[in-house]
Design a protein around this ligand. Structure first.
Ligand code: SF4
Ligand code: SF4
Length: 460
């Protein structure tokens, strides 16, 4: 079958899927977990428990703090010890609910059996509510609340649901393992979302470097009773799993600047999100677990792992369980080497979207000394969003916010292709991330001011 890909830019880093053959293992429970109330895009959740409360696994401990927000559930059974700020991965203080673990008692009504439930519920509103109540968020990186994404505004229609099984970031293998080990559940999850979206077609996109996952998905599909779902191999090219790049590859449609996928009839959900939707709708299981890869070029094969973890477990606990920080690790990253962020605080805890602890050696991180831009244009050739990173850098250094916005800084997907391609070793990504945040801040402030002015005018 033809392999699809996106139209512009992209790079070809070594995929280094060193942990691809490591089956998913369940991590043991630590003595204490710290559950963040801000582990999704949007407003932080608001705690619904108090210090001293007894909680069970899967019980709600925080409720949505706004329209774009999500429920948070206890990942363990035990006693709430504190609700206090604690440093997250970036070192920012965020409220965490500390729970001392006592046994492993689950809330009633959660089906923990392995029985596959294939019948798709037909009540769309009830399904969306279940997805909301179970705190499902996108697990491909953005952690956008899934019930909101699956409920497009009136006038918008989904024509294609794309299940993202690309996992194009080097090293990461958690999606690959769930595609092999939870294949049918992912497909049922896709069928549920397809039904909620009005029966649009569904395409499961998987990069060609995962032939076993493509085969497993096709075989499982043939055994399940769903129509209009197909598996589509994609070319191995980074960032094939970017939302806009996937839509371009599969539908040959481009999402415009500032636009949402639904503007071209697309809804994209990650394979892990599809599994979480299955567990929520068919098993009443809230999102309290995910799979995380422990990997890196300085880890021997026997120390590579894919762990099923519960949210709120400290990274230091996982690292220790996996054998400690390996010798020769020059950098520890959460996420992949292209888009991930350096972990400066190993006491930070796992959140719904945690995907890896990646140990990289000096050799794997070294980019050579930084020199002046030689205007070679390689960063622009590599940019999958059609931006000119060298120009954006110049505008950033000049503090020209207007120029940055005019040159679509806000469209940057932080993929790191420009940094990867730059022969001058210029740290473009960190710089452009900061500029993007500033530009987005200015755009939001303008929108808020316009809304306030319109409301004031209405009152007059
Ligand atoms: S990080 Fe931004 S500017 Fe750089 S290649 Fe990716 S989208 Fe383009
Ligand atoms: S790739 Fe690096 S050296 Fe070449 S134009 Fe871009 S910023 Fe300059």
């Amino acid at each position: 079958m033809r392999k699809l890909t996106f139209s512009i830019g992209g790079v070809h880093p070594d995929d280094a899927k060193l942990s691809k053959d490591c089956t998913i293992e369940a991590l043991p429970l630590p003595q204490t977990v710290y559950v963040s109330v801000a582990q999704h895009l949007g407003a932080p959740a608001v705690p619904t428990v108090a210090v001293g409360d007894k909680v069970k696994v899967g019980q709600v401990i925080a409720e949505p703090g706004g329209f774009i927000s999500a429920f948070v559930h206890s990942p363990v059974s035990g006693t709430v010890k504190s609700i206090a700020p604690r440093a997250d991965l970036a070192g920012k203080p965020v409220a965490h609910i500390e729970i001392a673990v006592e046994g492993d008692e689950w809330a009633e009504g959660i089906d923990l059996s392995d029985t596959l439930v294939t019948e798709i519920p037909t009540d769309k509103a009830a399904t969306l509510e279940k997805i909301k109540q179970c705190g499902i968020v996108g697990l491909g990186g953005a952690t956008f609340p899934t019930h909101v994404k699956l409920n497009p505004a009136p006038g918008s229609k989904a024509e294609c649901l794309i299940i993202n099984g690309a996992e194009c970031e080097p090293y990461l293998t958690s999606d690959y393992r769930i595609m092999l080990e939870r294949t049918k559940e992912i497909i049922v999850g896709a069928a549920i979302m397809q039904q909620v979206l009005g029966g649009c077609r569904c395409v499961i996109g998987i990069e060609e470097n995962k032939p076993e996952a493509i085969k497993a998905m096709r075989e499982a599909l043939a055994q399940l009773p769903y129509d209009n779902i197909k598996v589509q191999p994609l070319k191995k090219r980074y960032p094939q799993g970017g939302e806009k790049q996937l839509i371009d590859a599969v539908m040959k449609r481009q999402v415009g600047s500032g636009g949402l996928p639904i503007s071209v009839g697309a809804v994209v959900q990650n394979a892990a999100t599809s599994l979480a939707v299955y567990e929520a709708v068919q098993k009443n299981k809230p999102l309290i677990t995910n799979v995380l890869t422990v990997t890196g070029d300085c880890l021997p094969v026997e120390k590579q792992h894919n762990y099923l973890f519960r949210i709120g477990v400290p990274l230091s606990f996982i690292a220790e369980y996996a054998g400690g920080v390996p010798e020769g690790a020059a950098k520890i990253i959460s996420g992949g080497p292209m888009m991930g962020r350096a972990i400066s605080n190993m006491e930070a805890t796992t959140v719904k979207g945690s995907s890896s602890i990646l140990y990289l050696s000096e050799a794997a991180t070294k980019r050579g000394p930084e020199s002046n831009c030689i205007r070679c244009g390689r960063c622009a050739d590599a940019c999958p969003m059609g931006l000119e990173p060298f120009l954006l850098r110049r505008l950033t250094l000049a503090g020209d916010l207007e120029g940055l916005e005019a040159n679509a800084m806000q469209d940057c997907i932080e993929c790191g292709c420009c940094l990867y391609s730059c022969p001058a070793g210029i740290p473009l990504l960190d710089l452009l991330r900061q500029s993007k945040n500033q530009v987005l801040g200015a755009i939001r402030a303008r929108a808020a001011a316009a809304k306030a002015a319109a409301e004031a005018a209405k009152k007059e």
